[in-house]
Design a protein around this ligand. Structure first.
Ligand code: HAM
Length: 420
């Protein structure tokens, strides 16, 4: 065993699996870009208050899971547990909401939560997220959901389900809260749970303990308290989802793990992932900007868990057989072959053709082994004959069949170039 190991519970990607990770992440990003979202690249650490204020103190994320430390200047810093609060900090700081609305942003990178590690739950994990800031419009809610759904479809995923609900506007939540608090006061609860419920009584819907789950089955649900504006908004979201053929189930007891949500909220789960089945989630957050000192602008977004989506693709067996495949692998068998090969890969790469060669003077056998390992489409053996004649032979690696013989270098470039 090596002396050092990665910190407990982090996800790491290295070849050959890192290609699948990159493939999945890029498909998720592509869907966001196709819908006009633009990159925002932010620090992985922020002032702790961005998260305590933004995400909310009643959440597990803030109260139990943050990596918080003092930096050398005595400031309290936290590794980002999620992306939305940091994006809002940046939008406010750089006045992005003063221009054309909605501001449509995407991001990707590592996020950090000190959770108990298990399959699909990591302390450093990866998300692709989008945020659409500026309007409280049901069409944008559905656009955001559709960006995730199209990405899943583009990956070939089938066994996932979209859960949606509405947390309503302030008026809806106030009238629900009054009845919910009354209901909760009739339950026998421990001090810590009472404290949590005081900050956000909705949290009790998310409690994993059986006795609380069964008690909460009779609790009043927010969907029955929607104001007429919120109910209309939610109706329109449902209508638009059906119009673009996105299936959903309404899950009125769904509670997101972050406190900033209002209005439309949603989660995607995958049926083959066991306990950590949430592959992405999000929703609208009306008060978030103003709670971080910005203007009172509405927004909606999602975070998709790249690690879990990769696991879902593996479970459904929908990853392509070869990803980032090299077109050509050169096996030099003499000194002169090696220098021709080296020049050739430089020309081929300039022409945009992916290629590599066997280094280390390994001869034909060792070189072919390396070619096999590279999983390149074609192999090319270069010895003194090829150097003298200026011609070579292209072999299809999967069968060993000679595809073209007597090719000149420029013919080779053309031949491989047209494969693109
Ligand atoms: P979230 O539901 O906390 O939302 O996280 C989004 C996704 O990140 C989850 O559905 C899951 O796939 C993945 N995820 C979360 N924690 C872990 C973990 N410990 N290990 C592996 N994957 C994990 C947010 O983060 C919000 N910022 C989403 C959002 C954006 N809402 C509005 N805009």
């Amino acid at each position: 065993m090596s002396k050092f190991q990665a910190p407990k519970g982090v996800s790491e990607y290295f070849p050959p699996n890192s290609a699948s990770f990159e493939y999945v992440r890029d498909k998720l990003l592509k869907s966001a870009k196709l819908a006009g979202y633009e990159l925002i690249e932010l620090p992985v650490f922020e002032d702790t208050e961005v998260f305590t204020r933004g995400v909310g103190e009643s959440t597990d994320v803030v109260s139990k899971e943050m990596y918080t430390f003092e930096d050398r200047g005595g400031r309290s810093i936290t590794l980002r547990p999620e992306g939305t609060a940091g994006v809002m900090r940046a939008v406010i700081e750089h006045n992005l909401d003063r221009g054309q609305l909605p501001v449509k942003l995407f991001y990707t990178g590592p996020f950090f939560r000190a959770e108990r590690p298990q399959a699909g739950r990591y302390r450093q994990f990866y998300q692709v997220g989008i945020e659409a800031i500026g309007y409280n419009d049901p069409t944008i809610d559905v656009e955001v959901i559709a960006v995730a759904d199209s990405a899943f479809k583009a990956l070939g995923l089938k066994q996932y389900k979209l859960n949606i609900t509405s947390l309503g506007d302030a008026k809806s939540r106030d009238s629900h809260r009054t009845d919910l608090v009354k209901f909760i006061s009739t339950l026998k609860l421990d001090e810590a749970t009472i404290e949590r419920a005081k900050i956000n009584p909705l949290r009790l819907f998310d409690d994993k303990r059986d006795e609380i789950k069964s008690a909460m089955a009779k609790a009043p649900i927010l969907l029955d308290y929607l104001s007429s504006e919120s109910a209309e908004h939610f109706e329109e979201v449902k209508r638009l989802l059906s119009e673009i053929n996105i299936d959903y189930v309404i899950n009125p007891r769904m509670v997101r793990g972050l406190d900033y949500y209002t209005g439309t909220t949603f989660e995607f789960d995958h049926s083959l992932l066991g306990a950590q089945s949430g592959i992405g989630g999000g929703g609208r957050y009306d008060g978030l900007m103003s709670s971080l000192g910005g203007s009172d602008v509405s927004g909606i977004g999602f975070g998709l868990g790249v690690d879990r989506i990769l696991m879902a693709c593996q479970a459904e067996n929908c990853l392509p057989a070869s990803i980032n495949q090299l077109d050509l692998f050169i096996v030099p068998i003499t000194e002169k072959g090696k220098s021709l090969g080296f020049k050739l890969i430089s020309d081929l790469r300039t022409a945009g053709i992916g290629c590599d060669m066997a280094y280390g003077d390994r001869g034909l056998k060792g070189g072919m082994k390396a070619a096999d390992k590279s999983q390149a489409l074609y192999a090319l053996v270069l010895g003194d004959d090829e150097v003298v004649s200026g011609k070579c032979e292209l072999k299809l690696m999967s069968s060993g069949e000679v595809i073209s013989s007597n090719l000149t270098v420029s013919e080779l470039i053309n031949r491989l170039g047209t494969k693109k």
